[in-house]
Design a protein around this ligand. Structure first.
Ligand SMILES: [Zn+2]
Ligand SMILES: [Zn+2]
Length: 354
């Protein structure tokens, strides 16, 4: 068996891993590198045609954005993911199956667990052809909003682990504290704050954190953000009863006509690609603060605002640091580890033989 690192190792984006066995060949994730001239995974046409499945860890574009390209290139296999991940995809693949209904092909066993990164996000543990493989997906055990099934006591010949935060030395709670110190400059001073957030993931997490810190704070959000909050409140699978209780305490109003004196606005447009969102974020930032919590892509609204001195970047714990990745290595038995999702860990060999 061999594994091809088809993207996402030594770079941030385009996450894609090809597992090529004697009888089975499949991908874990098929992401796109935002802003790259050649944004798709490094896969040859014959490799694409031989695939039976693509297993998605979650819906974010750096894990799923190249699926339409894959189908254009002749992929006619099945895309397997949680129902939540499938429902979040921008474009539905031709053939899909929910992990809840998936029975692995002969010779494969598959175990998966929640990875704490967003609704629908999972890690995978495969057994096939006498080998075992672990893919953490984007993984955190620190989420305030999403439950994780910790990766523990598993054996794998190869583990591909999230190390997106690389040498970052702060713990999850310390990163959160850093975000709150920045937010205090607006929320603690009676000024407005605007937060561009991904469609699925850390937005609700930040709302919970801000609500815990400043219980009287008003929240505003676009229709998508409000729908996500409503959805998670009623969800039993990705949150706990305690989280649902906290979520039921949150009130999020639609975006007001003019910038209020105080309060937090959530925009489900992390790069502020929509010119209306960029304009809105600028107006709010002129009166208060703008905090960016994900990597900013060149040429986007977030990029322009940051260049004009509006946005401050704060990392919050939705991925692993190197230290957390090393902890996973200690808590499991992994023969070989490939850190992914970071430029900090380039890998010489594209193919790994097992
Ligand atoms: Zn992600
Ligand atoms: Zn990712």
């Amino acid at each position: 068996m061999r594994i091809k690192l088809a993207g996402g190792v030594g770079e941030h984006g385009r996450n894609c891993f090809l597992v090529q066995g004697e009888r089975l060949s499949f991908l874990v994730d098929c992401g796109k590198m935002a802003g790259a001239e050649q944004p798709n995974p490094y896969l040859e046409p014959e490799e694409i045609r031989s695939l039976s499945h693509v297993f998605l860890t979650h819906s974010h574009a750096d894990h799923t954005g190249a699926l339409p390209w894959l189908e254009e290139q002749g992929f006619d296999g099945i895309v397997a993911a949680t129902p939540e991940t499938l429902s979040q995809l921008k474009q539905m693949p031709q053939r899909t199956i929910s992990l809840n209904e998936f029975s692995p092909p002969d010779g494969m066993t598959l175990k998966w667990g929640r990875s704490g990164h967003c609704t629908g996000s999972v890690w995978y543990h495969f057994h096939l052809e006498g080998r075992s493989l672990l893919f953490s997906g984007d993984y955190t055990e620190h989420s305030l909003a999403y439950v994780a099934d910790p990766i523990r006591d598993l054996h794998a010949d190869l583990a591909v682990l999230d190390s997106a935060y690389g040498p970052e030395t702060r713990s999850g709670p310390e990163m959160r504290q850093g975000f709150l110190s920045e937010a205090a400059k607006s929320c603690g001073q009676g000024k407005p704050l605007v937060l561009p957030v991904p469609k699925y993931g850390r937005g609700l997490e930040l709302a919970l954190l801000l609500h815990q810190t400043w219980p009287g704070l008003s929240f505003y959000g676009d229709a998508h953000f409000i729908r996500q909050l409503d959805w998670l409140r009623g969800d039993q699978a990705w949150t706990t009863a305690d989280i649902r209780d906290q979520l039921s305490d949150l009130t999020v109003e639609p975006i007001p006509e003019s910038v209020p004196e105080t309060g937090v606005l959530f925009l489900s447009d992390p790069q502020l690609r929509d010119p209306r969102d960029e304009g809105l974020a600028r107006r709010w930032a002129q009166f208060g603060g703008l905090i960016l919590t994900g990597s900013v892509e060149m040429g986007t609204g977030s990029f322009r605002l940051q260049r004009k001195g509006y946005g401050t970047f704060c990392r919050i714990p939705v991925h692993c640091t190197d230290q957390e990745m090393l902890a996973l290595e200690r808590q499991n038995i992994f023969r070989q580890v490939i850190p992914y999702h970071s430029a900090e860990h380039p890998q010489q060999a594209v193919w790994i033989g097992l």
